[in-house]
Design a protein around this ligand. Structure first.
Ligand code: MGP
Length: 248
């Protein structure tokens, strides 16, 4: 007998992103407690397990971090976990869309961390207009993270992804802007990202011996993207500990 295909008749998403409905508890384990997402957020929010792992990793490397900045905070997938794992630090989320920030605030409340996150409505494309004010307002930044828009779910249609297509700025300008805040910069990029381009931009901005550490991120054994780390604490890190089971 042929396999009967199970269809979820409650799936409210348009067909081009409907697969994400089946992943809803992977995106947010507390999905049923009131998580809100819009179309862009459904396909771009970071799965919870990955966001937790990254926050634990930051805590492992920067246990005394006072300020973490999430540029392109979207629906708060990463920002929420930074707030959970750094309860005494200042966590800032920046996004250029009011609707995304509204979702992120609601989602942060679902995880009881809304009072520990400051969300700012700013368009990073125009960072030069407000970066000095931002520095004054938030002080030194320990780590700046960004999971930027990759241009929609069609990013895999190119064999090799050109990182100059990431929004709101291409790779080089985005990194340049983030290095104005801190040496410790982390980006989440497509799994088909051009690694040669990553090395070239790293050397161009930071000198001939500069390094970028690239880690492939898997969730439920499926590749989701790559995490790219700059800054000596990240690039010199010797993995000697499995953080998966580290205390929450
Ligand atoms: P995907 O590659 O579209 O689907 O998104 P997937 O999970 O590979 O498909 P499946 O067949 O394996 O189920 C995978 C993940 O990549 C998403 O959950 C997001 O975390 C991330 N992602 C996808 N897009 C299009 C973006 C984006 O534009 N920006 C960011 N920051 N993350 C994205």
């Amino acid at each position: 007998m042929g396999k009967r295909r199970r269809t979820d008749t409650n799936n409210p998403l348009p067909s081009h992103i409907s697969k994400f409905w089946n992943q809803r508890y992977t995106l947010f384990s507390k999905f049923d407690d009131g998580i809100q997402l819009n179309e862009e957020l459904w396909y771009s929010v970071t799965p919870e397990e990955m966001a937790m792992y990254l926050a634990k990793f930051f805590r492992h490397i920067f246990p005394d971090a006072r300020t973490i900045l999430d540029i392109c905070s979207g629906g708060g997938g990463n920002t929420i976990q930074f707030a959970r794992y750094f309860p005494n630090s200042k966590i800032f989320g920046i996004d250029n869309t009011r609707a995304n920030i509204d979702c992120a605030v609601v989602n942060s409340a679902v995880y009881n961390v809304e009072s520990r996150i400051t969300y700012l409505l700013r368009d990073w494309e125009n960072y030069h207009l407000f970066i000095n004010e931002l520095k004054e307002r938030i002080g030194p930044v320990d780590v700046a993270f960004c999971s930027p828009p990759w241009g929609g779910p069609s990013y895999l249609s190119q064999e090799v992804y050109d990182s100059e297509n990431i929004k709101p700025l291409g790779l080089e300008r985005l990194l340049e802007s983030m290095f104005q805040l801190t040496e410790n910069v982390v980006l989440f990029l497509p799994r088909n990202t051009d690694k040669t381009q990553l090395s070239d931009v790293t050397r161009k901005l930071k000198g001939p011996s500069a390094k970028c550490r690239v880690v492939e991120a898997y969730v439920n054994k499926r590749p989701k993207g790559i995490l790219c780390f700059w800054g000596e604490k990240f690039t010199n890190y010797q993995p000697n500990k499995d953080l998966t089971d580290e205390e929450d």
